[in-house]
Design a protein around this ligand. Structure first.
Ligand SMILES: [Mn+2]
Length: 462
C-alpha cells in the first residue's frame, strides 16, 4: 500500500467536491468460478483501492460529507476462518494503513442507510459492473438490482474521474514497476516465438514470467497471428514463417496499476515484403502521435494526426488514393484502422471505463463521433499534465470488412480495392506504448522496449 497520507489526501480531495450527502463505495467480493468456494483470482474494485486502499473482499466504505467521517464496514475473521486461512489482521488494523480510523461491522449498514434515506440525504454511488454488488445495493437502498446504474451518481463519477485522471508521482512509479515486468515479458516473447511453435506456448511462458514476479496480468493476453482481430484471445494457432504475431499484453504492479504494451513480432526473424512498409507506417504514426502529446492538445487531434500519417503511407503503398483530407474527414482510413488511438491507463487498463466513457474521455468541448472508427475513440478531450495515455496505432486488414465495403462501393474514391484484395491475408500490426503527459510535453514510461524494426528482428532471430 501507499503511505496512509496518500489515501487521506485523496479522500479529503473527494470530500471537498461535495456540499453534503453520503458517498458509498462497494468493494468487490470473491467471485465463484464453478461453485461458491472455488473462486476466481480476487481483484478489488479500482475506485475502492484508490480511496480506501484495503485489498480484501467484502468491504463497504462510506464517506459522510456532512460529518466528515470516513468509515470502512466489514467483518473480522472468525476463529473458523483463521483455521482455513491462517492469522489475519483485524479490519481496524487494515483500515489504519489507509488512514481510516473508524470501522464497523457490515450488520450496521442497513440501519445507517435506511436512516439516511428517511432523512432525505443524498446517497451517491458509482455504476456497478458486478451482479452481486447490484444486489447488495438493492438490499441496502431498495433500488431494483437491474436499475441501480440508472441511479448511479453522475456527480460522484465526475469527481472520481477528476482525481483518478491525474496521476501522482507514486502512481507513475507503480505504472513503471508494472512496465518493468511487461518489458521482460515482451522481450521473452520476441526471443521465443518461432515457426512451428503454437501461440499458447509463448503465452504460457509470458504468464509464467508474470506469476513468478508475484503479480498478475492487467488483462487477458492478446497474442495472435490473426492480429487483424483487435481483441483476439485464441492462442491455438501454429505460427508459420512469414507471419506476424501481435502481442498486446501487460502486467499489473503489486498495487494493481496496469501497463499495456503491444509489439508485433516477425515469425522467422524478418518482416517480409509489404510487412516492412506497413510496419514502418505504423511506427511512424506512433512516433508522430507521441510527439504531439502535450498539455492543451485534444487527444482527438492526436488520433487524427496518427490517422493522417497512416493514410499518407497507405497512399504511398497504393492502398489509398485521392484527397487525404477528404478521406480522413469521411473516415475512409477506417478500412485499415478501425479503433481509437488510445485510452487512459491507471488502476484499470482502460482507466475508469466502468464509470462511463462519456465522463472519462469526453466533456462539453468534444462530443463523441458517430463515424465508424472515430466512434471507438475512448479518449478525445484535452490532455493535462499527469494523465497517462496509451498510444497504439495499427493497420488491420479484416477480410469481412473488405468484402462488405467493396460490395457497397464504400469510399471507392479513396480506397484501391484491387490493391487491398492482395492484402487480404496480411493480418495486422499494432504498436503501443504508455505515455505520461508532463508540463513540458510527455514522457514514454518505463525503460524502452525494442520497437525499431531491426531490433525486433534481431531478437526474433535469437
Ligand atoms: Mn491499449
Amino acid at each position: 500500500m501507499f503511505d496512509a497520507q496518500v489515501y487521506v489526501s485523496r479522500r479529503n480531495g473527494l470530500q471537498r467536491q461535495f456540499q453534503d450527502g453520503l458517498l458509498l463505495f462497494l468493494g468487490n467480493a470473491d467471485a465463484p468460478m464453478n461453485y461458491a468456494a472455488n473462486t476466481y483470482h480476487f481483484r478489488q474494485d479500482s475506485s475502492f483501492l484508490y480511496y480506501w486502499g484495503v485489498d480484501d473482499p467484502d468491504l463497504v466504505a462510506i464517506l459522510d460529507v456532512d460529518a466528515g467521517r470516513h468509515v470502512i464496514y466489514g467483518d473480522d475473521f472468525t476463529v473458523d476462518d483463521i483455521v482455513w486461512r491462517g492469522p489475519q489482521p483485524t479490519l481496524a488494523e487494515r483500515a489504519a494503513r489507509a488512514g481510516v480510523i473508524e470501522t464497523g461491522p457490515l450488520k450496521d449498514l442497513p440501519r445507517l442507510l435506511s436512516e439516511a434515506i428517511r432523512a432525505g440525504r443524498r446517497i451517491h454511488f458509482l455504476p456497478q459492473y458486478r451482479a452481486d454488488n447490484a444486489q447488495l445495493l438493492e438490499r441496502l437502498l431498495g433500488i431494483r438490482a437491474e436499475a441501480v446504474n440508472e441511479h448511479a451518481s453522475v456527480a460522484l463519477c465526475r469527481a472520481v474521474v477528476s482525481q483518478r485522471a491525474i496521476k501522482g508521482t507514486e502512481e507513475i512509479a507503480e505504472i513503471e514497476r508494472a512496465l518493468e515486468v511487461s518489458r521482460d515479458m515482451h522481450i521473452l516473447a520476441m526471443r521465443m516465438a518461432r515457426a512451428g511453435m503454437y501461440e499458447r506456448e509463448v503465452v504460457g511462458a509470458m504468464e509464467g514470467l508474470v506469476a513468478a514476479r508475484g503479480v498478475a496480468m492487467a488483462f487477458p493476453v492478446i497474442f495472435s497471428v490473426h492480429g487483424e482481430t483487435l481483441h483476439n484471445h485464441y492462442h491455438g494457432n501454429r505460427m508459420e514463417a512469414g507471419q506476424m504475431t501481435v502481442n498486446d499484453s501487460g502486467a499489473e504492479s503489486p498495487l494493481h496499476y496496469a501497463s499495456d504494451i503491444t509489439r508485433t513480432i516477425p515469425i522467422g526473424g524478418r518482416f517480409e515484403g509489404p510487412q516492412r512498409d506497413l510496419y514502418q507506417a505504423v511506427h511512424r504514426a506512433q512516433k508522430k502521435a507521441i510527439e504531439a502529446v502535450k498539455p492543451g492538445v485534444r487527444f482527438r487531434d492526436v488520433h487524427l494526426l496518427a490517422c493522417r500519417s497512416l493514410a499518407e503511407d497507405l497512399k504511398a503503398i497504393g492502398l489509398m488514393k485521392g484527397d487525404l483530407d477528404a478521406a480522413i474527414e469521411q473516415g475512409a482510413h477506417g478500412m485499415f484502422f478501425q479503433c481509437g488511438l488510445g485510452h487512459m491507463l491507471g488502476l484499470d487498463v482502460h482507466d475508469m471505463e466502468g464509470l462511463g466513457e462519456q465522463h472519462v474521455g469526453y466533456d462539453a468541448s468534444v462530443l463523441r463521433s458517430t463515424q465508424f472508427g472515430l466512434k471507438s475513440l475512448r479518449m478525445a478531450r484535452t490532455l493535462e499534465p499527469g494523465m497517462v495515455m496509451t498510444v497504439e496505432p495499427g493497420i488491420y486488414l479484416i477480410p469481412v470488412l473488405i468484402d462488405r465495403w467493396r460490395a457497397e462501393g464504400k469510399f471507392a474514391e479513396f480506397l484501391d480495392y484491387d490493391a487491398i484484395e492482395r492484402f487480404r491475408a496480411f493480418g495486422g500490426i499494432r504498436l503501443e506504448d504508455d505515455v505520461l503527459v508532463t508540463e513540458a510535453g510527455n514522457r514514454v514510461l518505463g525503460q524502452p522496449i525494442p520497437i525499431e524494426m531491426e531490433e525486433v528482428e534481431a531478437l526474433a532471430r535469437q
